[in-house]
Ligand binder design. Structure first.
Ligand SMILES: Cc1cc2nc3c(=O)[nH]c(=O)nc-3n(C[C@H](O)[C@H](O)[C@H](O)COP(=O)(O)OP(=O)(O)OC[C@H]3O[C@@H](n4cnc5c(N)ncnc54)[C@H](O)[C@@H]3O)c2cc1C
Length: 210
């Protein structure tokens, strides 16, 4: 059996896992991602709608800020969300989208002037401010009170995945073929030192390699 040593083991190669691995590498830890499927086949790559951040760039996002985003998110969860987590998320999101831009995510940008949009099933003309020209665009998504969804055309998840994976802070990424899944399960079930993203529930496995 091959034994591999690392400071940090991240289970799952979706965006959550990639982002954790980047943070660990940034702090100088040797990092390995162990994933059932490779990052490019993880569900994260399929996300199309976009990512919420209260930048208030577009005219329909005027007056937006972290507190409005917080209220929308807590209300949207029917008051079921962990409000400390929501607070952390809404405060970090504007920084995170800008960081992703620096890493190469081709966020769709605002063009000043008039454009046609659909609001409540009706075509409406809105006009973007001159000073907003070239800033990150934001669309209406998810029933929020302000337009705050940053997006990269219809490939946001794919673009975020590519930028994160291309980052100069290289980490090792090991994915499993179907045949070696029980081996993966064993390592993942060993629990202690690792960060786990959206990994599927583990099934019991024997000590034998397939
Ligand atoms: C079609 C689609 C569209 C979406 N659109 C949006 C959107 O517009 N905006 C938005 O915010 N969200 C959207 N989402 C939701 C969003 O994509 C997910 O919430 C997010 O990507 C989850 O990221 P993750 O890294 O936690 O999980 P995933 O990307 O699902 O990654 C899970 C990782 O865990 C690995 N794994 C699983 N089990 C194991 C195991 N036992 N051992 C080892 N590794 C394991 C997998 O290989 C995978 O790499 C969308 C989702 C889908 C499917």
């Amino acid at each position: 059996m091959k034994v591999d040593y690392t400071d940090v083991l991240v289970v799952g190669g979706g965006l959550a896992g990639l982002r954790i691995a980047l943070a660990a590498k940034r702090r100088g830890h040797d990092t390995v991602i162990l994933s059932l499927v490779p990052p490019k086949r993880s569900h994260s790559a399929a996300a199309q709608g976009g990512m919420q951040a209260s930048l208030g760039n577009v005219i329909k996002g005027s007056g937006d800020n972290e507190d409005v985003h917080f209220q929308d998110t807590v209300r949207g969860s029917d008051w079921g969300a962990d409000q400390e987590v929501v607070r952390m998320f809404v405060d970090t999101a504007p920084k995170a989208v800008r960081e992703l831009a620096a890493w190469g995510v081709p966020w769709t940008r605002i063009s000043k002037g008039e454009r046609e949009v659909v609001i409540n099933g009706k075509k409406v003309i809105i006009s973007e401010r001159e000073q907003a020209d070239g800033l990150l665009n934001q669309r209406n998504f998810g029933g929020t009170s302000k337009w705050r969804t940053c997006y990269a055309s219809a490939g946001t998840g794919h673009a975020m995945r590519s930028a994160t994976r291309r980052s100069p802070r290289v980490f090792r990424c090991t994915s499993a073929s179907k045949r070696s899944r029980s081996f993966m399960t064993l390592v993942a079930a060993a629990e202690p030192l690792c960060a786990i993203s959206s990994a599927a529930p583990f099934r019991p496995a024997s000590l034998r390699r397939p």
